[in-house]
Design a protein around this ligand. Structure first.
Ligand code: FRU
Length: 445
């Protein structure tokens, strides 16, 4: 069948541009997924708004439209990224109001304001009046004008906020603010800076969360050095543990940035990222059809038996499985997108899709496009694995998420084949393929 590249398992706008996930939360019996949205431009032109999807089960979604507009003096150049916090019977949404003053400015050290703003909602889409919590005069004097992307959580009866920032000496950092009492709409005070020397010029979209009693700091740093195995993309994203020594990337593929985590009602820590990055040297031809970019599927975060942080596709996905096919080394399979492939690994192997190859060789897993019309400028990405026991691939109509070694490493990429039919050639491994049903995504617009 002709592939129209409309995703079946990943949230994407019906028209326009999407970037970061925002305000992720479960509130009033619904999951809420907001996102950075330019409804009128598939190229992201114009001031950013927030779009909104909601779902009772992560599988049946409704797009309710644009719900937050840059319509005040405090956010007039964009309602930038932020988070959700459920309190009493309201959803609190914290975000950055971006203000660019007209003039001859560099917009780094001058000409820009960053206001941290709170709105509340009782239904997820009708917003209260905007309440400015922090402005430029509240940030340390060593900060540039880039201070944004609040993530808020409750701790010991107070609220904490982490912001991403660029300092005047062109290093990135995270700023922690705290409330005096238990009112997230009240006053906020600067508490401390989190810094790591030689770690980029700007940290975007920070997130602090706890997993198995341990704290992690997730950031999307800009300006890291690119090497063969690390930080291969223009901008990176990953997490530090509490010691701030090791930084592990969330995803080693071509298309991943600005993830955010939240807790599901059954206590899972779920992560959703933008399956895209700014300023990339490759393209997404859906833009010519009127829309660009999608979010990753929700990923469940956990700690494996070796104490490593792992990511797994959300468990609800299993209910979309249709036909099951077994395969063994040397087989050529024919299947339709979307599908899932799972295999246990006990040797080097390769899997070829005609336009894309992946292989494990000498402890390095490589993902490589062999047809540039499908990869649209994407070339090759590598990840080092200290042993790999399994691989799970979730292939949508125009994207793939590859989970390696129980989710210890993940790789995501967009791709644009003309057909939904794919031939898969496998060598060196036996496993299973399931064809998958799609999610339901309705729109109110
Ligand atoms: C990350 C980012 C954020 C900002 C938003 C603007 O992709 O640059 O730092 O809030 O996108 O759309």
């Amino acid at each position: 069948m002709k592939n129209d590249w409309r995703q079946k398992l990943h949230l994407e706008p019906f028209r326009g541009w999407l970037n970061d996930p925002n305000g992720l939360s479960f509130f009033n019996g619904m999951y809420h997924v907001y996102f950075q949205y330019c409804p009128d431009s598939p190229y992201g032109k114009g001031d950013k708004c927030w779009g909104h999807f909601q779902s009772p089960d992560l599988l049946h979604w409704e797009f309710t439209g644009t719900v937050l507009f840059p319509d005040t003096e405090a956010d007039k150049s964009g309602a930038y990224s932020g988070c959700g916090l459920v309190k009493d019977d309201e959803l609190y949404l914290f975000y950055t109001g971006n203000v660019k003053h007209p003039g001859d400015y560099d917009y780094i050290t001058d000409g820009r304001d960053a206001n941290q703003i709170l709105v509340t909602t009782k239904d997820g889409h009708n917003m209260s009046r905007k309440n400015i919590l922090l402005g430029n005069h509240d940030y340390p004097e060593y900060c540039s004008r880039h201070v944004r992307d609040p993530k808020v959580w409750e701790e010991d009866g107070k609220y904490k906020m982490v912001l991403g920032a660029r300092k005047l000496d062109d290093t990135g950092c995270a700023l922690i603010y705290t409330t005096k009492d238990s009112d997230p709409a009240g006053e906020w005070f600067f508490e401390k800076e989190i810094f790591k020397p030689n770690f980029g010029y700007m940290w975007e979209c920070p997130d602090i969360f706890t997993l198995n009693g341990k704290k992690y700091l997730s950031i999307s740093p800009q300006g890291l050095e690119h090497t063969e195995f690390e930080h291969q993309n223009v901008y990176s994203s990953g997490r530090f543990d509490e010691s701030m020594t090791d930084f592990t990337e969330w995803d080693y593929g071509f298309d991943f940035y600005a993830p955010q985590t939240f807790e599901s009602p059954d206590g899972r820590r779920l992560l959703i990222g933008w399956m895209g990055i700014g300023d990339i040297p490759y393209t997404n031809p859906t833009a010519e059809k009127g829309w660009q970019h999608c979010l990753t599927m929700p990923r469940e975060l956990g700690i494996d038996e070796y104490g490593r942080l792992v990511q797994k596709p959300f468990k609800e996905l299993n209910s979309l499985r249709k036909e099951k096919m077994g395969f063994s080394s040397g087989d050529v399979l024919k299947t339709d997108l979307p599908f899932e492939l799972f295999a246990l690994i006990d040797s080097d192997f390769d899997i070829r899709f005609g336009f894309l190859e992946m292989r494990l060789k000498n402890g390095v897993f490589t993902l490589e496009f062999t047809d540039d019309k499908v990869g649209c400028g994407r070339t090759k990405r590598n990840v080092k694995l200290n042993g790999c026991v399994d691989i799970r691939i979730i292939a949508d109509t125009s994207s793939m998420e590859i989970y390696l070694n129980g989710g210890q490493r993940v790789m995501s990429t967009r791709f644009y084949p003309q057909s939904t039919e794919v031939d898969i050639m496998v060598n060196g491994l036996d496993g299973l393929v399931y064809t998958l049903d799609g999610m339901e995504v309705k729109t109110r617009e």
